[in-house]
Design a protein around this ligand. Structure first.
Ligand code: PMP
Length: 989
């Protein structure tokens, strides 16, 4: 049906409001909606004839009512018509709300979703005092009115008709009577076109809700259900998104138990109404695209929901309102507590008095060893049973509610909105006993499931019993049984309390685990038949702990360590603030509590893995097992100072010198990069008998006073005291902004000025300045500077703390890229892979000058543990070909980033060597830094569990310098995620 034309609309606008302007038709259900550009912007709505005047009157009355409510700033202002005209409610003019519709905003992050919920909650509170006869009618779009859908089902062909029928019959059987829910006026149209969002410094904000044409009286929860229907579309984790909206709503306006339970049926009702209406209209008017805008997304959501369990969804929704997620959780726990004494012991003997060994297998424990150990079931079995024997216990216990690092296969991943959710939290209780140990039914039951779940890290032979007690039903699960257990039962069999029901299986038939029974209690089967989750995502912990209560309620084991308690990051932060210096910063808005590392990943206490692309200290990969082994052995044997002879120190020094040019012949071991540079500066002073040091702008060389004095990054930064008299700052080699020739020329001029005038000068430099913004100096840069220094009798210090040990790919050391021979090389971070060991390599001449009679002694520097570790790092770099890998992987990575740059102008520059890459974000088409975009990207990368960091004078350069163990697949993940983020509308400032 065509709406009114622009000309006629303009005439009405002029007549009734005295406003003349440009009219632009907007997409709408019936036409007649225009944007008006006059002195201000307006929205003009002219209702078609078929809309009853009473509804239009209701809309106007409602807007006028809301416009008067204090604090309601997110409703469009209605413009009154001219006083002297007879206006009709068919023509309404609103002040325009600036912003974009939610449909065009990506991503829908948790704060935005909570805000949406909160606004709807506030709206409900406001509307509680409003009523109008025009809102009382049978609104066919209202979610609770889905009952007309089955009558219209003929518009669909199969298979869609079957799908609709299946859902309507599901709705028929849901325990919901909409008439019982609190009723009132609903806004009725909180879809993603009508929620207007604007940008603010703190992220996207709700600017307003528009279009009050669907006002209707019905269950007050309709507005939330309608909104959730659209919010859940196009989401990988629709329930997670809905939960955030519900949380916001509930905080503003409390939901009742019955309302929380009604949400899913009402969402489903609205979805069925939407697709049916769309089909009806498509038949009538195939060309009208407006009516079809959401139909594909609606169908996709219907099919997504089909794969989820309604009971589980409602548990999530209840949890979002602060109710116990599982409706029967409390009752089941209570029943078990009251009846524990009458249960038959699962293992045939009471566990309440039994001494047990409780295993700590949490993410931050070595109970399971490292990831290599975890793959070794025989070894793990030996360890478990040896420990039990040592403790003199016949039973071992694995904890309920414990996040564990062991669940690593794809099977344990769930779709998340950004990063996948990883299932780590164990919601059963493990009892370790030898294979063959019989298990007995704790109470009467019916065999619900008896199947083999074969495969690595599965349940193996699985038994689930259903128990009906009083008016409650609950279930008990027994996983990892012997294959013989399978022949003991058939589904439907009755089991008597005390019957032998299963026996503990040996590996590998038990799913390839250390022999144990995984015992779990469930309040609902969630439509599972042959399986049931025993491990869940930490994000869903509260919901699942309610669905699956603590099995120890049935067992009664007494042990102080049985309850897993996860450290609260807020508490850790508070303690940290109390006892550690206030200028010790943490990364990210919400600091991470990292408890484990492996290769390119760090793991937080809940077991979530983070891809680490910023840590060049963990050079050969986090927690490399070879390093752990040599460190453990050496510290058990000897760790003392350099006043005794030791093979490890010599072997390490010799190996290090072998990687350096021959003119460097002598090594001093220290404990940090700062200490290395501090010592290097002291040596340079001894060699030149002069204090003057030249450094590059933006450089950081350490935290001691001497190194701070040559670090413009610090002395010109926040809290700095400016450049000391003994330091000369040379311009940073920013070849992206300044042509190579000028870069070299300017630095040379600045150096010559001091070298020529004030004699021997020390030059300290990184060959690829890092904190200065991952810069790549021109090819002749250091040769020119070295020549000036040498001519003046000075010395050159190459700081390889960031860049050394093969990271730059083409060379072992970054200074080699520039074909220069430093007098002193300082080596830090990567040398110990996280262990504090650093070194200074010097020429014989420098060493001699330094040896002026004063002893060089360092309590820790060069101790055998440090040297053993550094020696092993050098071996691993060599044996695993990490320098070559850095070259290849880095080139591939930079090529992929440059490819992205072609379509994303926010990437100003991609530069670097090997796995030392700078990604500079700038205003499109210019060299002007874009720190806000850079910060946005870092935040969003973290949402995808990728760790990145920024540096450079404008904090707009992403420093990519991952552990050298990074794989092609991990680099691809990084690039894919970055591409996705660059495409988000919240990026397009
Ligand atoms: N030199 C450079 C180039 C560095 O980046 C750093 C540390 N970021 C240091 C020296 C100081 O090393 P450390 O933190 O081990 O003292």
């Amino acid at each position: 049906m065509p709406g009114i034309g622009e000309k006629a609309a303009a005439q009405l606008l002029a007549e009734q409001f005295g406003i003349e302007g440009q009219l632009r038709p907007l997409p709408s259900e019936w036409g007649g909606t225009f944007q008006v550009a006059a002195e201000q912007k307006y929205l003009l709505k002219i209702a078609p004839e078929h809309v009853p005047v009473a509804r239009l009157d209701a809309e106007i009355a409602c807007i006028l009512f809301l416009n008067k409510r204090p604090g309601v700033t997110w409703i469009p202002q209605l413009i009154p018509p001219l006083r002297n005209v007879e206006a009709t409610s068919r023509v309404r003019l609103y002040r325009w709300i600036d912003g974009v519709s939610l449909r065009n905003v990506t991503p829908h992050g948790p704060p935005l979703l909570r805000d949406i919920g909160q606004i709807l909650g506030l709206l409900r509170t406001a509307l509680a005092e409003f009523d109008h006869p025009g809102a009382h009618f049978d609104f066919t779009w209202a979610p609770h009115n889905w009952r007309w859908v089955p009558q219209a089902i003929h518009v669909f062909d199969t298979p869609e008709r079957n799908e609709i029928a299946e859902w309507t019959s599901w709705l028929d059987n849901v325990d919901l009577n909409p008439a019982d829910l609190p009723h009132g006026v609903n806004y009725g149209d909180a879809n993603d076109d009508n929620i207007i969002v604007r940008r603010s410094d703190s992220g996207p904000q709700i600017a307003g809700l528009i279009d009050f044409g669907d006002l209707h009286v019905g269950p007050c929860i309709n507005d939330l259900a309608i909104c959730l229907t659209y919010i859940m579309m196009n989401k990988r984790d629709p329930i997670g998104a809905a939960v955030k909206v519900i949380e916001g709503y509930h905080a503003a306006h409390s939901l009742t138990d019955a309302e929380a339970a009604s949400l899913l049926p009402l969402i489903m009702g609205r979805l069925l109404i939407s697709v049916t209406k769309a089909r009806q209209r498509a038949k009538k008017d195939p060309d009208n695209v407006y009516w079809q805008v959401s139909v594909r997304d609606a169908w996709a959501l219907i099919r997504q929901l089909k794969k989820l369990n309604p009971y589980l969804i409602t548990c999530h929704f209840r949890g979002a309102c602060g109710f116990e997620p599982a409706p029967t959780g409390h009752a089941v726990r209570q029943w078990v507590k009251n009846n524990r004494a009458g249960l038959h012991p699962l293992l045939g003997f009471q566990l309440a008095e039994e001494p047990v060994t409780v295993f700590d297998w949490s993410t931050g424990s070595l109970g399971l060893g490292d990831f290599q150990d975890m793959a070794d079931v025989a070894g793990s079995t030996r360890r478990v049973f040896t420990q039990m024997e040592e403790h003199g216990t016949r039973v071992g216990v694995g904890r309920y509610n414990e996040p564990r690092p062991v669940y690593t296969t794809a099977e344990y991943m769930l779709p998340g909105e950004d990063a996948a959710l990883v299932r780590t939290v164990h919601i059963g209780l493990d009892l370790f006993m030898p294979a063959g140990t019989p298990l007995y039914a704790p109470l009467d039951g019916i065999v619900r499931t008896i199947v083999n779940n074969p495969g690595d890290k599965e349940y193996g032979p699985l038994l689930i019993l259903e128990h009906q007690v009083d008016d409650l039903t609950f279930y008990t699960l027994y996983g990892h049984n012997s294959v013989e257990t399978l022949s003991m039962w058939q589904a439907g069999d009755r089991v008597r309390k005390g019957d032998k029901i299963a026996e503990i299986g040996p590996y590998p038939e038990n799913g390839n685990w250390v022999p144990h029974v995984h015992f779990q209690v469930m309040t609902d089967m969630l439509d599972f038949t042959d399986d049931f989750p025993g491990v869940v995502a930490p994000e869903h912990r509260e919901v699942w702990l309610s669905i699956c209560p603590d099995p120890n309620l049935m067992l009664g084991i007494q042990h102080p360590d049985l309850e897993y308690q996860e450290a609260d990051p807020d508490n850790l932060l508070a303690r940290r603030r109390r006892v550690l210096g206030p200028n010790l910063s943490t990364s990210y808005d919400r600091p991470l509590h990292i408890v484990r590392g492996w290769k390119t990943f760090l793991y937080d206490a809940s077991g979530r893995p983070y891809l680490d692309t910023r840590n060049n200290i963990a050079h050969v990969g986090h927690e490399h097992p070879r390093l752990t082994r040599v460190a453990r052995q050496q510290i058990a044997l000897l760790n003392t100072n350099t006043r005794y002879l030791h093979e490890a120190r010599l072997a390490c020094a010799e190996a290090l010198l072998q990687t350096l040019p021959g003119h460097l012949s002598c090594v001093y071991f220290v404990n940090s990069g700062s200490e290395a540079n501090d010592l290097a500066l002291r040596m340079a002073k001894a060699a030149t008998e002069h204090h003057l040091v030249a450094t590059l702008d933006g450089a950081y060389h350490g935290h001691t006073q001497a190194t701070l004095d040559v670090s413009p990054y610090k002395f010109n930064g926040s809290g700095g005291n400016g450049c000391p008299a003994s330091t000369v700052v040379l311009p940073a080699p920013d070849t992206w902004r300044v042509p190579d020739v000028s870069v070299t020329l300017r630095a040379a001029e600045a150096l010559r000025e001091v070298a020529d005038g004030r004699a021997p000068v020390t030059l300290i430099h990184e060959s690829l300045p890092s904190c200065a913004g991952q810069l790549v100096p021109p090819a002749d840069f250091f040769q020119v500077l070295y020549a000036i220094v040498r001519e003046a009798g000075g010395v050159c210090i190459a700081d390889e703390v960031q860049t050394g040990l093969g990271r730059v790919g083409k060379a072992m050391w970054a200074f080699e890229l520039y074909d220069v021979l430093p007098d002193i090389v300082t080596i830090g971070k990567p040398l110990g892979n996280g262990h504090p060991v650093a070194a200074v390599a010097v020429t014989e001449k420098v060493a001699r000058a330094f040896d002026n009679g004063m002893e060089y002694f360092n309590s820790f520097g060069g101790n055998p543990v440090s040297c053993i570790i550094a020696r092993e790092v050098l071996r691993i770099v060599h044996e695993d070909g990490l320098q070559r890998h850095a070259l290849d992987a880095g080139e591939r990575w930079m090529a992929a980033l440059r490819h992205l740059q072609a379509s994303h102008p926010a990437i100003g520059d991609v530069r670097g060597y090997g796995l030392f890459i700078g990604l500079e974000f700038s205003q499109p088409g210019t060299c002007r830094p874009a720190p806000d975009k850079a910060a946005y990207i870092v935040r969003r990368m973290l949402d995808h569990r990728i760790l990145t960091s920024l540096d450079g004078p404008d904090e707009n350069v992403m420093k990519l310098k991952p552990p050298m163990s990074i794989t092609d697949a991990e680099i691809n993940t990084f690039v894919d995620v970055l591409e996705k983020i660059l495409g988000e509308t919240m990026m397009q400032v």
